[in-house]
Ligand binder design. Structure first.
Ligand SMILES: NC(=O)c1ccc[n+]([C@@H]2O[C@H](COP(=O)([O-])OP(=O)(O)OC[C@H]3O[C@@H](n4cnc5c(N)ncnc54)[C@H](OP(=O)(O)O)[C@@H]3O)[C@@H](O)[C@H]2O)c1
Length: 523
């Protein structure tokens, strides 16, 4: 690990270099149609964790794409911060390689060169307050006294969130001066309710809630946002979106990959913390919530919070009956994983939403690693017609209407309904109507980080989790995790790679008179 001081030689060099770059290269001066001219303030995006995977795989490619598409809200500069020493040029060269890899044929060398002129790097240790004071001076120098919105993006391991926030506060970097100051916190936000509450407390000592953007990249996906459009911009779905017509709701996030290099983190977290507390519960909230009065951050978040409050907390005996946990064969041999690990890599959970709309409608949530295929989908399973007239319908019991909202890989919607088989008397068969974004809209689907980064720059927190939301979501997951950690019920079941989790999960669903929608991407 390198040593840093507030006025190190490296930083002095770095500043000289930055001054040269800012005078030689213009900022990324761009148009963004949604933003009024007076709000097109300069943005300084500071990425903590600049040498890491998220920065090179997601953040910088997303910013490059926004630049390429001329979508950035006004001029922007991007400053990377982490301990590894890089010159500005060395960081740019590293990111040129990774960005070319991750944006594929959208990479254009001339566009990259223009973009890269606004990338800067400052080496430092987030745990050492004096290096943040040095960073602040560097940012002031780049901004040259002009008004700028600063976005601090915490893309480091979670144990650095608290020291980063405290040190940003002590360096006076959270105070709005010459423009707003915002902070983006990556997942995981805490590892249980108590730690999330403590992190919120620390964050709120430095930043007001309006300055905080807790990211869940699933919410940046087009289909997740489209769920709100589907429900609330169409009149035909809402009347049937309730206990009178819906039999059950199923939300599956299946990953085909193993834990890979994340074994060390994953073995401590497990599937509930990694997938349920954030992605799955966020999708549940958007599926189950009431229409907000306005499409604005707090209106949406108030409705999501009401859903979390309505989810019945699980007592230990319900955890035993209403959850299934599994671990894929071979998991214990993964790097970073304990030889006798009891961490679940698969879970199925039945939740009940105790309100007028959803009383009696179970929500089945399921996620696992090394499953048959990679797909994330929300299935609204409707009830059977009250009276079955046709032979085919009677034979095909269980094949009632179904709406499949596919979040990934392809984004879109499929409606399943019965139709008459031609030239076969009154035989019926389930068929479908499909909509895929990529068939109807040109230009490809943007990565979720593009939308989320833009929203932070605009100060729109609609797609970010509020403090109370995060704590409530942990409150749903914690009782399950506690029972799992305490004993053997339910049993930790082994499952074969490339299956839909343990076979028992299928039997468990059958025992409830239901069956999983185990179809690899429908679209
Ligand atoms: N990777 C993904 O796709 C992904 C997806 C969703 C969420 N996330 C979340 O994003 C965060 C980052 O993940 P990652 O995969 O990018 O991790 P990573 O590759 O391990 O990167 C961590 C970064 O933090 C820096 N860092 C560590 N200690 C530091 C310190 N004391 N001061 C300053 N910088 C320090 C590291 O750089 P130095 O060693 O050079 O200091 C490195 O740049 C995690 O919280 C993760 O859960 C990641």
């Amino acid at each position: 690990m390198s040593e840093f001081t507030s006025e190190s030689k490296a930083q002095t060099e770095s500043r000289k270099d930055a001054a040269m770059w800012t005078s030689t290269f213009p900022l990324l001066a761009l148009e963004y149609p949604r933003v009024p001219a007076e709000e097109r303030m300069t943005h300084t995006i500071v990425i903590f964790g600049a040498s890491g995977d998220l920065t090179s795989r997601k953040l910088v490619p997303a910013l490059y794409e926004l630049y390429r598409k001329k979508r950035l809200a006004g001029p922007a500069r991007i400053v990377g911060f982490s301990r590894t020493p890089f010159s500005h040029d060395a960081w740019r060269a590293k990111l040129a390689d990774s960005t070319a890899r991750f944006v594929g044929n959208h990479f254009d060398q001339a566009t990259w060169n223009a973009f890269a002129g606004s990338l800067f790097y400052q080496a430092g240790d987030i745990e050492r307050g004096e290096t943040l004071a040095g960073l602040d001076a560097f940012l002031d120098e780049l901004e040259r006294g002009e008004a700028a919105t600063r976005v601090y993006y915490l893309a480091t391991a979670p144990e650095f969130y608290e020291p980063a926030v405290v040190n940003l506060g002590q360096a006076g970097m959270a105070q709005p001066s010459r423009g707003p100051r915002r902070i983006v916190v990556e997942k995981p936000f805490g590892s249980d309710r108590a730690s999330a509450r403590e992190l919120n407390r620390v964050v709120h000592q430095v930043f007001s809630e309006q300055q905080v953007y807790r990211i869940d990249h699933y919410l940046g996906k087009e289909t997740v946002q489209n769920l709100l459009v589907l429900r609330f911009a169409n009149a035909i779905f809402e009347p049937i979106w309730n206990r009178n017509y819906v039999d059950w709701v199923e939300i599956t996030a299946a990953e085909s990959l193993a834990v890979g290099h994340r074994g060390g983190y994953y073995d401590k977290a497990g599937v509930l913390r990694d997938m349920f507390q954030n992605h799955l519960l966020q999708q549940l909230a958007l599926t189950a919530m009431e229409a907000p009065a306005r499409f604005a951050a707090d209106f949406i978040r108030d409705e999501k919070v009401k859903v979390f409050r309505a989810i019945r907390p699980m007592r230990p005996k319900e955890v035993t009956a209403d959850t299934v946990r599994g671990q894929y064969r071979g998991y214990r041999n993964e790097p970073g994983v304990a030889a006798a690990s009891r961490t679940a890599t698969f879970a199925a959970v039945k939740l009940r939403v105790d309100n007028w709309r959803w009383q009696g409608v179970p929500f089945f949530l399921r996620s696992g690693k090394v499953m048959s295929c990679a797909t994330t989908q929300i299935v609204i399973q409707f009830r059977q017609p009250p009276h079955m007239l046709f032979e085919g319908e009677r034979k095909g019991a269980g094949e009632a209407n179904r709406l499949v909202i596919q979040i990934q890989p392809a984004e879109g919607i499929q409606l399943h309904f019965q139709t008459k088989v031609p030239d076969a008397e009154m035989q019926t068969r389930l068929t479908d109507l499909s909509f895929r974004f990529q068939d109807k809209f040109a230009g490809g689907m943007p990565d979720a980080y593009q939308r989320l980064l833009l929203d932070v720059m605009h100060g729109d927190a609609s797609l970010f989790a509020r403090a109370d939301e995060v704590e409530l979501a942990w409150g749903i997951v914690d009782p399950i995790q506690a029972v799992w950690d305490a004993g053997d019920a339910p049993r930790l079941l082994a499952y074969e790679p490339a299956a839909w989790g343990p076979e028992e999960a299928t039997h468990w669903m059958h025992d409830q008179g239901r069956q999983w929608f185990d179809i690899c991407p429908v679209l």
